[in-house]
Design a protein around this ligand. Structure first.
Ligand code: ADP
Ligand code: MG
Length: 700
């Protein structure tokens, strides 16, 4: 039969229908191509053999040579296992099997030298190796194998069904045999010579059967580069197509609203970063193409004023604008802040949320449709079909990570021509990563805080020092300040969290009794009106302490609050801690953040706490966060394929990523359709990739 890389995996010798099914369901391997692209996770030095008395508690996989002297059954029911005594000239260990006893009993040869390969565990005073990879020493020596043994990704089901690493290795060998190890080149000659890359065939061979460390490194570099390069190519092309195909409203001029605001009502001088970002936005709005821009800026960097001024440009050109926020509290706060400035400019602005009364709602719908209403602020309620604009020109979304891409696309359909979209987020991500993740977005960054902002003093305190912390709170309240005390809220254990919160609340009430102290409490199980009432009391300064779950996380602005106490801080993620801390430090006073924890802390928790104490630079914090968590939780990652990388790692391989982006950009700049002869191979490969994988997640 004629073999090509799209041949179903069933045809490979050694892969029967059962194995093929497993490979498909467990690893997504359907074709020869998929199997070649199953890259090892790591390599193990198989020139090294351990003696039993050299084994350590923390050994990863090791090889040991010895003989099996006896076999016995042990345990009952689910703990039933087959145990072999295995010894060499230095000691004794055990081999353990929980499954496949019959087959093992039949195939094992007692008192013959074996090479065992696996991870040793220290258990009941003896090392034991569960489900070792085993091979008679005689066989082992016959098999020519490289020093670096690849370890492939696997699943529990695969190993249970006997598809061990060795089996994968064998079918990989078979694949190279059948294809003669010859694979089409997928990068252009220029790239190969400029970057001194090894050929595709050589790279694939060495990734699976490394001849030596140097060739392995070269193979890894070449394949990582290639993977990142094609993703960048896709993202950039997508962006180019977007710009040329998706027409936007052209906001040609800056008019009265913008100018009079700038001249007469701007409450402070804009920072340079704010000015630069506004310029970028203005350029987009006047460019004929639809703007799709992400505005990143740390908590407190002043995104709101940029949002307002962008909306004024829309208004100046006869269009309406809207601002959508993820929670009711946030929308109200945005509304209140904007309303003040809009009144001065005689701009009509309204608030629409889940709790807007029917009558008001009808009024809003009407004035929105006839164009009397200029700006609408609100929650998801804005997305409802009943909400129709006369001519929505600009939609601003605050804190995008709470909204999905699907919701963004809903806003698009409010008109025939899509409105310009500005997404604001306070969750900064490193720039290189941002560019590789959000292919269809342009990015603006406010990387400067307004002047006079004070550093927030951050400390870590253990629970047993709580009394000192209470004393500190009392002192601060004595000076007229307000305090936040925040408890974690994690869905899986909502009940427990609720109990923690209530216990905490009671002890605070005991410690800070009425009438000297007034305390607010806000949590997720309260009704919106009650939440709002308590929040308002705190905002107005009627209460000194706000005990809350993370509902206060985003955006509330109480400049007089100067202390943020985070309970069980070890349970929060870094970016969440950073967001919470950003609630204080908004006024003129020195502010504090106190991270309370118990004594037992994991390594990751320690790193998070140390990072918070060390810095309040959102970008630095984001880098650490990414290192700890990987890019999985970032918004938009699913759309870009970054999560499905087969060999590269956007964080560890940041430099290669930058290279790849640079080359992709340069090539597309000179040859946007990849039609030059020298780019033929790129065009072809690109076509193949987009044909077999669905990377084109247009929002259409
Ligand atoms: P965020 O980016 O977190 O949304 P805001 O827009 O709420 O930040 O701004 C935080 C605070 O800083 C607000 O009180 C705002 O009035 C103030 N602010 C914004 N820009 C400036 C500036 N250029 N100079 C002084 N204060 C500013
Ligand atoms: Mg904000």
């Amino acid at each position: 039969m004629n073999i090509n890389l799209q041949t179903p995996i069933d045809y490979l010798k050694g892969v029967g229908p059962n194995r093929a099914d497993l490979l498909r369901s467990e690893l997504g391997i359907h074709t020869y191509q998929d199997l070649i692209n199953l890259f090892p996770n790591r390599y193990i030095d198989r020139t090294k053999y351990y003696k039993i008395n050299e084994l350590q508690h923390n050994n990863a996989d090791v090889q040991v040579v010895g003989v099996i002297t006896s076999l016995k059954d042990a345990g009952e029911g689910r703990g039933k296992r087959l145990v072999a005594t295995f010894k060499d000239d230095t000691g004794i260990m055990e081999l353990v099997w929980f499954r496949g006893h019959k087959w093992i009993r039949e195939s094992i040869k007692l008192n013959q030298p074996y090479v065992m390969f696996g991870k040793p565990n220290w258990f009941n005073g003896i090392f034991s190796m569960p489900h070792p990879d085993m091979e008679l020493q005689e066989e082992h020596e016959k098999n020519l194998r490289s020093a670096m043994q690849p370890i492939y990704p696997s699943t529990e089901k695969l190993s249970n069904k006997g598809i061990t690493n060795r089996v994968v290795n064998k079918i990989m060998q078979q694949l190279f045999l059948e294809t003669k190890g010859r694979f089409e080149e997928t990068l252009s000659e220029n790239l190969i010579s400029e970057l001194k890359l090894i050929s595709k065939s050589k790279a694939l061979f060495n990734i699976h059967f490394p001849e030596n460390q140097e060739l392995l490194s070269k193979a890894q570099f070449r394949l990582k580069f290639e993977e990142l390069f094609y993703i960048q190519l896709q993202l950039i092309i997508k962006n180019l197509i977007h710009k040329s195909k998706i027409k936007g409203f052209n906001f040609e001029h800056v008019g009265n609203y913008f100018n009079s605001f700038f001249r007469d009502h701007l409450p402070f001088e804009l920072t340079n970063a704010q000015k630069r970002v506004l310029k970028e936005i203005r350029a987009d709005l006047g460019s004929n193409a639809q703007m799709n821009r992400l505005l990143q800026g740390d908590v407190g960097s002043g995104k709101t004023i940029v949002a307002l001024m962008s909306m004024l440009i829309a208004l100046d050109n006869g269009f309406q604008a809207c601002l959508m926020a993820p929670t009711e509290i946030l929308s109200v706060q945005h509304y209140n802040g904007l309303q003040e400035m809009c009144n001065k400019l005689k701009i009509s602005i309204k608030l629409l949320t889940g709790s807007t009364k029917t009558l008001e709602r009808r009024n809003i719908h009407k004035s929105l449709e006839n164009g009397e209403l200029h700006i609408l602020v609100g929650t998801h309620a804005l997305l409802e079909d009943k909400v129709k604009f006369k001519n929505l020109g600009l939609a601003i979304i605050d804190e995008q990570h709470r909204f999905g891409v699907a919701q963004r696309s809903k806003l698009w359909h409010k008109n025939d021509t899509p409105p310009h979209i500005l997404i604001m987020t306070a969750t900064p991500i490193p720039r290189t990563l941002a560019m590789s993740v959000y292919g269809d977005l342009d990015i603006s960054i406010i990387d400067e805080l307004p002047p006079g902002r004070k550093h927030i003093k951050t400390v870590h305190r253990y629970d047993k020092n709580r009394l000192k912390v209470f004393r500190f709170i009392r002192d601060e309240i004595g000076k007229g300040r307000q305090i936040y005390i925040v408890y974690p809220l994690i869905k899986e254990s909502e009940k427990m969290d609720y109990k923690d919160l209530m216990d905490g609340y009671e002890s605070i009430v005991r410690e800070f009794p009425m009438p000297d102290y007034q305390i607010s409490i806000v949590h997720g199980q309260m009704k919106a009106v009650d939440k709002d009432y308590e929040m308002q009391r705190f905002i107005k300064g009627e209460t000194q302490i706000m005990v809350a779950t993370t509902v206060i996380e985003v955006g509330v602005n109480v400049p007089n609050a100067s202390v943020m106490i985070i309970e069980s801080a070890e349970r929060f993620g870094l970016s969440q801690l950073h967001q919470l801390r950003g609630r204080v430090g908004r006024g003129a006073e020195q502010s504090y953040c106190i991270l309370m924890t118990g004594h037992k802390l994991s390594e990751d928790s320690k790193t998070r706490l140390q990072t918070m104490v060390r810095t309040d630079d959102g970008f630095e914090i984001a880098e650490v966060d990414l290192r700890l968590r990987g890019p999985g939780d970032l918004m938009g990652t699913q759309q870009s394929g970054v999560l499905n990388l087969k060999i590269a790692d956007v964080i560890k391989d940041k430099d290669i990523l930058q290279h790849a982006r640079h080359y992709a950009k340069t090539i597309l700049k000179n040859d946007p359709s990849l039609s030059l002869a020298e780019h033929k191979v790129l065009r072809y490969t690109y076509g193949q990739l987009t044909k077999y994988k669905n990377i084109w997640n247009y929002i259409s």
